[in-house]
Design a protein around this ligand. Structure first.
Ligand code: NAP
Ligand code: ZN
Ligand code: ZN
Length: 362
């Protein structure tokens, strides 16, 4: 008979898990494997709350495994290293993002694109090579192969850095790959949430003109004054949208729900590029005429490889970029998830994992 989550590995672990499709999280005891020769054991300090955690906790994509400990924006301290680990030592501050392993031998792994490896293993809601389940960062500790661990630059705050491990690399990678970094070009960012607000900061650091395209005017002042966007468009204001037709070189679409692409494609110039990053539960409709008549391109992108993740962190450190966070305790996670579902977060919830779990275990 299969062992229980608490008994399958030798080391006790504690976190919060979703137990069913309600997505409601509650305390959960499980276990972590022994630290292998290639492994790093990490005491988790902070973990960001990505909208993907919400999609997964509620089984919106249809492949959730319960109990599920979400969390793939992890910052922590190294507590143990395997004998082959030279890059990290005890007490180093490190990060783990959306993946914890891959095959290490396919064409994608060889090109530092582990994120596209057919055998890539997600940080949670997946199976390890040994068949046991992966559990994510809403927990006190994690054991990860060193290749999937990155170094946190010294100047970065641990809480504000955590969201970069997913949101940061998810917007940085397509900007590099699709050539959306030419200074002076005009970037539109649809959806000012976790991904969107980091995209504003990274876009400005590349020297772009950045326009936020949001579903309401609620975030306008902050977008312009605090995040540094150059302009702000409300997507349901037809007159302003029309005035902006054909003005943008690039668009990054981070909307988490099903939505129409046509209004955003109209904002692009000829030869413009729109990259969709959001993962709504149902397909979007793709209007062909604007693509054909304007030689426009629509693409997608899935986080980024490990080498590029480190590059992104170093880039953000150099440009003083961190996420704007609302730090919460673990027992506030269900309220935070409800607010995230309503786009009511400025701009990423980050769980103070170490302090809140230490207290709840007393
Ligand atoms: P988030 O913080 O909830 O931000 C999404 C934003 O989209 C909201 O703040 C809101 O911005 C806008 N939005 C939400 N519902 C909308 C609707 N019905 N119509 C128009 N706009 C709407 O989420 P996130 O963490 O940034 O993640 C965004 C999406 O990317 C999720 O689907 C997530 O699963 C996905 N994701 C993909 C990758 C990848 O590798 N491709 C990585 C991470 C996350 P406004 O208030 O400004 O309208
Ligand atoms: Zn994520
Ligand atoms: Zn591979």
């Amino acid at each position: 008979m299969a062992k229980s989550p608490e008994e399958e590995h030798p080391h006790k672990a504690f976190g919060w898990a979703a137990k069913d499709t309600s997505g409601i999280l509650s305390p959960f005891h499980f276990s972590r494997r022994d630290n292998g020769v290639e492994d790093v054991t990490i005491k988790i300090l902070y973990c960001g709350v990505c909208h993907s955690d919400l999609h997964a906790a509620k089984n919106e994509w249809g492949f959730s495994r319960y109990p599920m400990v979400p969390g793939h924006e992890i910052v922590g301290l190294v507590t143990k290293t395997g004998s082959n680990v030279m890059k990290f030592k005890v007490d180093d501050r490190v990060g783990v993002g959306v993946m914890v392993n891959s095959c290490k031998s396919c064409e994608y792994c060889h090109q530092d694109l582990e994120n596209y490896c057919p055998q890539m293993i997600f940080t949670y809601n997946a199976l390890n090579h040994d068949g046991t389940k992966t559990y994510g960062g809403y927990s006190n500790t994690i054991v990860v192969d060193q290749h999937f661990v990155v170094r946190i630059p010294d100047s970065m705050p641990s809480d504000g850095c955590a969201p970069l491990l997913c949101a940061g690399i998810t917007v940085y990678s397509p900007m590099k790959y699709y050539g959306m970094t030419e200074p002076g070009k005009h970037l539109g960012i649809v959806g000012l949430g976790g991904l969107g607000h980091v995209a504003v900061k990274i876009g400005k650091a590349f020297g772009l003109k950045v326009t936020v395209i949001s579903s309401s005017s609620r975030k306008e002042r902050e977008a312009l004054d605090r995040l540094g966007a150059d302009s702000f468009l409300v997507s349901n204001d037809p007159a302003k949208m029309k005035a902006a037709f054909g003005t943008m070189d690039y668009i990054i679409d981070t909307v988490s729900a099903v939505h129409a692409l046509a209004p955003y494609l109209s904002l692009l110039k000829t030869n413009g590029k729109l990259v969709t990053l959001g993962l709504p539960e149902k397909p979007l409709e793709l209007p062909i005429f604007p693509l054909v008549l304007g030689r426009k391109l629509v693409g997608g992108s899935d986080v980024g490889g490990m080498k590029e993740t480190q590059e992104m962190l170093d880039f953000c450190a150099k440009h003083n970029i961190a996420a704007d966070v609302e730090v919460i305790q673990m027992d506030q996670i269900n309220t935070a998830m409800e607010r995230l579902a309503k786009s009511d977060v400025r701009y990423r919830f980050v769980i103070d994992v170490a302090n809140s779990l230490a207290q709840s275990q007393l």
